[in-house]
Design a protein around this ligand. Structure first.
Ligand code: PHE
Length: 450
């Protein structure tokens, strides 16, 4: 069977371009901001080990499934499921994915705005005079409750996203990632060197790398699996959409392994930046979501060349957030281009505008709308909860079932082996995608209900 090609869509120019773009989607606030704080809250080394098992046993096979579906159909998530099983309810996975992209970007852009703000505040020195983490936390709390300031930075982050996505896959997304991803890696290495040479840094390394299995509870396993999902951008068709811009020449298994390794490497490196610094300062690793924004500036304040380190760090965080945010926007935009016949400019501008407006109540959840609660959660937490804890796991599980049982691993293998690539691990992959991935993810999903 020949691949339906849609020449108006454009393709990645180089193999490295695709790998960098997909890694850019995976590497984001999930690695740089969330991974260190969930690791800190869940006991350190043992959690890291569990996380790695989830990444390789569940995340990796599902990522290959998404890439394969995307390249086979050259379509957005809705179009892809409809092309393989026309007229079936499986297209619902695609709609769920587009909705998840919509919802996740609405609050992701808010946090992206905070990172842009901290770049600016580092330059103007206003986040560099803290003598205690409490003081830094208070400063952060005041900032995120300030309506106009937060909305303006939120808009700036969204505008950056639009500027990249409007140029399309090849001109915009690929070129941006080509430059951003290697820079990110180099900056992290510099920060790690700085962090590891602080006095008392080895305590942090020990917490991070020495597994203490007494800290593992059933809940820890679920958190590790959820984090693996979010970090690899799985379950909503982001990787499917990026795969749809691949030409049949590419080796999908190699690309999958590279992306998973890069994402894992950045997360692990980030831990090596954060924990030595946290322990050196005598701070608690269990700080939670505010770790990056309220604790690190204290660390920077006490460092030689703190201003420079702080500027570099928040530029890094902004870059990482941006390369993930553009993949979220691209899923939504690709749907309107492929399925509704919109041109790219109209799709990008309209959808970015709507997503921004949906994000406004999230942005204000830490200030004027702080008291507006839905079942005890702010608007921000509600949107995050629906998208990350329900739509992603369900989408990932159904994608695994679809590829494993409906489309079939044999058909998928044929697509993977296009262009003389031998898929040596086909049987192992089929087993993971048919049995392990659906059962494990169903476990996470059910555990959230009960
Ligand atoms: N993987 C991204 C991160 O780690 C977040 C993301 C989730 C991006 C789902 C796209 C789709 O920040």
């Amino acid at each position: 069977m020949s691949t339906p090609t849609n020449n108006k869509r454009g393709f990645w120019a180089t193999r490295m371009g695709f790998i960098l773009a997909a890694s850019g989607s995976a590497i984001g606030l999930g690695n740089v901001w969330k991974f260190p704080y969930v690791t800190g809250q869940n006991g350190g080394g043992a959690f890291v080990l569990l996380y790695l098992v989830c990444i390789f046993a569940i995340g990796l096979p599902i990522m290959l499934a998404e890439f394969t579906l995307g390249r086979r159909t050259n379509l957005n998530p809705v179009g892809a499921f409809a092309a393989i099983k026309p007229g079936s309810p499986w297209v619902g996975i695609g709609f769920m994915g587009v909705s998840a992209g919509f919802l996740i970007l609405s609050f992701y852009a808010v946090v992206g705005g905070w990172t842009v703000a901290y770049v600016v505040k580092s330059v103007t020195h206003s986040v560099l005079d803290f003598s205690s983490p409490e003081q830094a936390g208070q400063f952060f709390g005041q900032f995120i409750s300030h309506t106009w300031e937060v909305l303006i930075y939120h808009a700036i982050f969204m505008a950056l996203c639009v500027a990249i996505v409007i140029k399309g896959v090849h001109g915009g997304i690929e070129r941006a990632c080509d430059i951003m991803m290697p820079t990110l890696f180099v900056i992290l290495l510099v920060l790690m060197a700085r962090s590891l040479t602080l006095p008392g840094a080895m305590e942090g390394v020990k917490f991070y790398l020495y597994p203490d299995f007494s800290k593992i509870q059933p809940q820890t396993v679920l958190i590790a699996l959820g984090q693996a999902f979010f970090s690899l951008s799985l379950g909503m068709g982001a990787m499917l959409t990026y795969g749809s811009y691949l030409s049949p020449k590419e080796n999908l298994t190699a690309a999958t392994v590279y992306v998973v390794l890069f994402d894992t490497l950045i997360a692990l490196l980030m831990g090596m930046v954060i924990f030595p610094a946290v322990f050196s300062m005598g701070l608690a690793p269990t700080e939670g979501p505010s770790l990056v924004f309220s604790v690190l500036p204290t660390v920077f304040s006490s460092m030689p060349m703190g201003t420079l380190v702080s500027i570099i760090f928040f530029i890094l965080l902004t870059i990482a957030a941006l390369t993930s945010a553009i993949s979220l926007l691209e899923v939504v935009v690709a749907y309107f281009i492929d399925q509704r016949g919109w041109d790219r400019k109209r799709a990008v501008l309209t959808m970015a505008g709507v997503i921004y407006l949906l994000g406004v109540p999230s942005a204000l959840s830490f200030g004027v709308l702080g008291d507006v609660k839905f079942m005890g959660m702010t608007f921000f937490d509600t949107v995050d909860n629906i998208a990350s804890n329900y739509l992603l796991p369900l989408g990932g599980m159904l994608t695994a079932v679809f590829v494993g049982w409906i489309w079939g691993t044999r058909a998928a293998k044929e697509e993977i082996e296009k262009h003389e690539t031998r898929f040596h691990w086909a049987d192992q992959w089929a087993f993971l995608i048919r049995f392990i991935a659906p059962v494990a993810v169903a476990g996470v999903f059910l555990a959230r209900f009960f």
